[in-house]
Design a protein. Structure first.
Length: 557
């Protein structure tokens, strides 16, 4: 039989009531990052664009603000900025009292040619491929037997543009076990990422063997039967499990005749140097429909997690063991949108960390999503780099700020109250170009009036690193590792300037350095009255500073 996953009217009413009873002005509530009205979220899932609407599914606990009862939440947006929370798309089977299957991470495609046969009356079906997690041993409606805590790959389809879903119970899971010789990895076989590959006219799925640091590549003509083609890994950072893979093409330097493929892989723990917990690494290479082959300069000497220090205040953060998509602690499980042209590749990430995700001091929700980011590949410093550009409708929510020039900063230059949600652009000379070059320069944001509480965003001229220091950023009591500073390499531009684009929200700071080749994402939990800011220059003067501060309006109103 097929189970139509339809929400009961009462359950829909409860969600609508939850939204209507939430002010979206609670302490720490992000004003231009997506959060649900209530409860826990983590990985974005099934990002798909269709008919002028961006759909974002995500891991969601309908019953509480910590991980559990994993279901697929759903939100939609016309502009990647203003989001509407939709009814739960895939509700944990047996919720709440007798859960027999949870819906873990996966992706969604629109089957335009109805290769799956799920379509009806000419309408293209939407197909979701996800990891089924079975908390107990059982025989399924398909007759297949699963073991206690097994992870396997299943599909569901929608005939109403992603509003409701039918699970393919006659045959789920469609990939029951990992392939030989990895059958013993059934506890850690997850997170299918699927896309159509036109040259071979087949679907491709990339699935993680988490503990073995491998990605498995499957192909299918119809989204129902899958064949293993190849495997990738382990390479580079392997300090934790590999999760939430993506594989997609991008033109190099805007040249559509020079297309490279990018694989991104979540890693938990063992993230970037100076962080504890989660992170994302990427590989650049080529894909022929069955095999992903990384460029040699995309492969490094392996993980050095056991050797490297976790304090980088006096030494440069390096990328000699991985290519990090983001150097901060709060950027994980990124997923890319299906349905967009390849030169508009857009990702969203979970803005939290498994190290402390369940204890951050937010209520009645827990966790947010990052700013949507458009990706490109550029050659910078003779190396191919993934470049990220914030992708929201900024004109709709930003009050235009005037660019001002600060002739010289020595010590501090007070800026007064700038607010809790701001877009800051800061450009300044590199050390070699400054007349009395300082050792560090930057801006302090979300500070109390006496600056006893503050978050520092700046640049270390000696090591050529951008940094965020949240050691006294507000409430840091919930985890012993939270009060830390994070560093990332950033060379000055060819005109000997450094540019930092900084997005501050009520509980986060995201920094885009240079052309966007370096980013750092962090959460912060400051007091409500921490609205002050100042420039700082230590060890000397920083001259000819270009500064723009724009207030960002709430997307909830």
């Amino acid at each position: 039989m097929r189970l139509k996953v339809l929400l009961l009217g009462a359950f829909v009413s409860q969600i609508e009531a939850a939204q209507s009873n939430v002010s979206y002005t609670e302490l720490y509530r992000p004003q231009y990052h997506y959060t649900p009205a209530r409860n826990w979220i983590n990985d974005p899932n099934g990002l798909v664009y269709a008919d002028g609407t961006y759909h974002m599914y995500y891991q969601y606990n309908p019953g509480g603000d910590t991980w559990g009862a994993m279901s697929w939440g759903h939100a939609s947006s016309k502009d990647l900025t203003h989001w509407k929370e939709q009814p739960v798309a895939l509700l944990a089977r047996g919720y709440p009292d007798n859960i027999t299957e949870m819906f873990f991470s996966g992706s969604v495609v629109i089957d335009q040619n109805n290769t799956s046969g799920f379509g009806n009356k000419g309408d293209a079906p939407w197909v979701a491929m996800y990891t089924s997690y079975y908390p107990l041993q059982q025989v399924l409606p398909s007759g297949k037997q699963v073991r206690d805590q097994q992870q396997a790959q299943s599909i569901a389809y929608s005939l109403d543009h992603g509003a409701t879903w039918t699970t393919y119970d006659e045959h789920n899971p469609i990939i029951l076990d990992p392939p030989a010789p990895y059958q013993d990895q059934y506890l850690d076989f997850r997170d299918p990422n699927i896309f159509w590959y036109q040259p071979i006219k087949k679907w491709v799925a990339v699935i993680s063997l988490a503990k073995l640091h491998k990605l498995l590549i499957y192909t299918s003509p119809n989204l129902r039967q899958w064949s293993l083609e190849s495997e990738f890994g382990p390479f580079n950072a392997v300090g934790g499990v590999w999760e939430c893979p993506n594989l997609f093409p991008l033109p190099l330097d805007g040249d559509e005749s020079k297309v490279k493929w990018v694989a991104i892989v979540g890693l938990n723990p063992g993230g970037p140097p100076g962080t504890v917990g989660s992170g994302i690494q990427y590989f650049v290479g080529d894909f022929n429909g069955s095999t992903f082959t990384p460029d040699l300069n995309s492969i490094h000497g392996g993980d050095k997690d056991s050797e490297r220090t976790r304090s980088f205040a006096n030494s440069p953060a390096t990328d000699d063991n991985a290519n990090w998509l983001d150097w901060g602690p709060d950027f994980y499980a990124a997923q890319a949108y299906n349905g967009l042209p390849q030169d508009q590749r857009t990702i969203i990430s979970w803005m939290n960390n498994w190290q402390y995700g369940a204890t951050i001091p937010t209520s009645p929700w827990r966790s947010a999503m990052s700013i949507p980011r458009q990706l490109s590949l550029k050659t910078i410093d003779q190396k191919i780099a993934v470049v990220q550009e914030p992708k929201e409708s900024w004109k709709a929510i930003t009050e235009a700020g005037n660019v001002s020039t600060v002739p010289s900063v020595t010590g501090v230059h007070r800026l007064g109250e700038i607010g809790k949600a701001v877009d800051i652009q800061l450009t300044f000379p590199s050390r070699e170009a400054a007349t009395n070059g300082s050792s560090e320069f930057g801006i302090i944001v979300r500070a109390s009036e006496d600056f006893s509480q503050q978050t520092r965003v700046g640049y270390d001229f000696a090591t050529q690193q951008v940094f965020i220091n949240r050691t006294i950023s507000g409430d840091v009591s919930f985890d012993s590792t939270f009060a830390s500073a994070y560093y990332a390499p950033l060379s000055p531009a060819t005109d000997n300037t450094v540019t930092l684009h900084i997005f501050v929200d009520w509980s986060s700071v995201e920094v885009f350095g240079g052309q966007g080749q370096t980013t750092i994402t962090t959460q912060i939990f400051p007091s409500d009255n921490a609205t002050y800011a100042q420039l700082f220059s230590t060890g000397g003067s920083t001259n000819n500073v270009q500064l723009s501060i724009s207030k960002v309006r709430s997307t909830w109103t």
